[in-house]
Design a protein around this ligand. Structure first.
Ligand code: FES
Ligand SMILES: [Fe+2]
Length: 337
């Protein structure tokens, strides 16, 4: 057990006096049993996701302009109607198939550039909307697909810190893999200090996590220090859980930033020209703190967001390589374990 309980609130930073060189840290491979990770992945996949997919950050769908993304092979267009509400539907115009993602939005309606057909978000001329949900951080779309399980009225949105006391930023990256490879990477917390020595140190998986669902062995509880600068690090206790088949949540349950969450959502896009799958990682970092200084941090949110995104992008350079490697091995039946 680290000493951060006693220090919480007063000395968030800890100076590591005896920094261990990367190669001399404790190997974690014996504990990171492939079976444990595979079981956690299976449990995640068995949860109902209600066929909801994270489409984008809420902020990416701005008034006045459409947003297009192919999700699970389905071309989707999204925009804001006159009241600012999220609207989504098929991305091809029902008249002759023009790409609606290039259509101007006028007074909340999408106007097709080819012949002026106007869509206000309700069913029209053979075009039917997809159910959409904006949770304030992320925009979701529901696609009914064969074998996808029963649809849910709402997506499974993880418990988050109250927006008034939090700063959020969303990172998006794309990898050549399937959502399960992204989820498997997130359900392997043991790689943290080895693969990301620039961000994490002293990582120990201390046991299962209860998670939002309350089920035993739902995920993993980890003690880890986030590197800040030089030898300074912030020790925390965090839980990794998977509330839905394509979502993994890391929640800080003790230490600096308690209640903060990192939500990783894997959205299948489709296949590339060579037939390989492409998956978007849409990750929301929702940082909270009960420190007085955090009020200032919230005021600086526009400046903080690019920094949070840059930190996520650095981690995902390595994590997407991990997920892509896993897919490659899996697709030729060579995944160990
Ligand atoms: S293709 Fe859209 S109006 Fe003709
Ligand atoms: Fe990682």
């Amino acid at each position: 057990m680290t000493d951060h309980r006693a220090r919480r609130g007063r000395y968030p930073l800890r100076l590591r006096r005896d920094a261990v060189p990367w190669e001399r840290q404790r190997p974690t491979w014996r504990e990171a049993r492939p079976r444990l990770i595979a079981d956690a992945l299976r449990r995640a996949q068995a949860r109902p996701g209600g066929e909801w997919y994270v489409l984008a950050a809420s902020r990416d769908i701005r008034p006045g302009r459409p947003f297009g993304r192919t999700v699970a092979g389905v071309e989707v267009v999204a925009w804001r109607d006159g009241g600012g509400r999220l609207r989504t539907g098929p991305g091809a115009c029902p008249h002759l198939g023009a790409p609606l993602k290039d259509s101007p939005v006028r007074r909340g309606a999408l106007i097709c550039r080819w012949h002026g057909l106007a869509l206000d978000g309700t069913a029209f001329a053979g075009w039917s909307p997809f159910p959409a949900y904006d949770d304030g951080v992320l925009a979701w779309v529901r696609l009914a697909r064969a074998g996808g399980g029963p649809p849910l009225e709402r997506p499974v949105v993880p418990v988050r810190p109250h927006p008034a006391g939090a700063v959020h930023a969303v990172y998006t990256g794309v990898g050549r893999c399937e959502p399960e490879d992204v989820v498997a990477n997130r359900l392997d917390p043991w790689h943290g200090a080895w693969l990301h020595p620039y961000s994490f140190v002293d990582l120990t998986v201390v046991g299962p996590a209860a998670g939002d669902g309350g089920g035993a062995a739902d995920g993993f509880t980890v003690e880890v220090s986030f590197k800040v600068a030089g030898r300074a690090a912030v020790p925390v206790r965090a839980e990794f859980t998977a509330p839905a088949p394509r979502s993994v949540v890391m929640r800080i349950v003790e230490g600096e930033g308690q209640g903060s969450v990192v939500e990783t959502h894997a959205t299948p896009l489709g296949s590339d020209a060579a037939g390989r799958p492409r998956t978007a990682v849409i990750e929301a970092v929702i940082a909270a703190s009960d420190r007085p200084g955090f009020v200032i941090a919230r005021a600086a949110a526009p400046a903080l967001r690019p920094l949070i995104r840059a930190a996520a992008a650095r981690l995902w350079r390595d994590d997407l390589a991990y997920a892509e490697r896993r897919w490659e091995l899996r697709s030729r039946g060579a995944l160990p374990g």
